[in-house]
Structures are given as structure tokens and as C-alpha cells.
Design a protein around this ligand. Sequence first.
Ligand SMILES: [Zn+2]
Length: 254
Amino acid sequence: MIIKPVPVLQDNYSYLLIDEDTNKAAAIDPVEPAKVLEAFKENGVTPDCILTTHHHWDHAGGNKDAVKSLGNVECYGGDERVEGMTKQLKDKETVKVGNLEVKALATAGHTTGHVSYFVEDTKTGQRAVFTGDCLFSSGCGRLFEGSASQMLHSLDTLANLPDDTKIYFGHEYTRKNLEFAEHVEPDNSDIQKKISWAKATHVTTPSTVENEKLTNPFMRVRSQELRKALLKSGDENLSDADILLKIRKMKDNF
Ligand SMILES: [Zn+2]
């Protein structure tokens, strides 16, 4: 499989997920249909379907036009509020993109109906997940609708994917996220390394599950290093979800 990021709006990413066997491709969050259609043409691939991570306009807002311009393709999502959706997926339900099997993973927290899409190419062993506004590179989405424990559960779902799974996220927030990650854990050398890399890198997508477990404060709520850096005496009884909420509030005001 081949995955092509398509930068859209100010800092969003749409993606093409291409099955090389059949030359068919899915569009993930095609908010600017013209740019995504152009990407299909450039890559010489046939539109197969649309995969929507969540209902926010900067992800789903192009769906109605995209369904038309891509040739009345199926439009998947996990929330009835997703514009233009033709089929709603349940947690762990799978869809085919050419010969690739894509699995919807319920990842609530940013919104209650947020879905991530996991795909594994059984021929090449490549693995990828499209995480929308649930998981970013070294950050996570704001808790607009869900609770901290829902977000914790979602991030655990993603952290439990194989370490080499590539993470294709919905916004280019990496440098800002890393500034905050460094603020939370000033002595984390993996964060320092990633900061140097990100400064010299324009498009930072994709990340990997392995790297997020090392550098993402929201995925590190159980790490002893993070707890040591963040917590004061009296905080011993905080649950993992409490810590996540504490970090989320810090980030909201950072
Ligand atoms: Zn959103």
C-alpha cells in the first residue's frame, strides 16, 4: 500500500490510501474535494470510498461534494452527524479498499463518535492508522465531547497497535505539541531528539506508535518519568484518567 498526505486548509491533512494491487484508493477526510481529486489524478488511482474520522467541518465538511466528484463512492463514518455519510461503521467493523482491509476503531474523546482507521497490508507487512483529531504527533485532540477516561481508553487502543504502525494524524501541530511535551518532561531525551528533527521537517506525518509512546505526554500518563516530572506530593492518588485530564488542561492553557 501507499499513503499520500494531501495538505488542506490551514494545517489539516487529508490522505489517499492506495492499494497497489487494484489501483483503487480511499480518501480520508477529503475536506477540500478539488485538491483530493487532483491527488487521485496525479497518482493515477481510482476512487473507492471516503473514510471520515469525525463530524467536525474541517474533516467532514467536504464529504457531500467529494462523494459526487469521486463518482458516488461509499462514504463511511462512525457518527450520524458526519456530512454525506452513506454507511455508519461500528467499532471493529471492516471495509475493503481494493484488496486492503481497513478496520474502524472507536476512538471517542475529542468527539463521542470519533473513529480511527487501522489498515494492515498482509503482503508487505506495512501497518498504518489514520487518527484524525484523536491522536496527533506528540499530542491529542481537545476533549470537546468525551471524557478523559474515554480519551485514555482511545489512546490505549492506539498504543496497543504494533509498535511499527505508522500514525497518520489530522493536523500539523507537531512543533507546538513538542514545545508542550518538553515543558511537561524537560529531561526526556526522545522529545529533545524529535524537536531537532521536527524543526528541519516541513511535513511531519506519519509518526509511529513506538515514537508516540516515547514522546507523547498523553500516551505517557503511566510513565514513572512523566509522573515524577509532573506530580507534586498529594497527587499520589490521581488515576490515569485524572493525570490525562490534568495534562489536557495544562495544554489548553499553554
Ligand atoms: Zn475535530
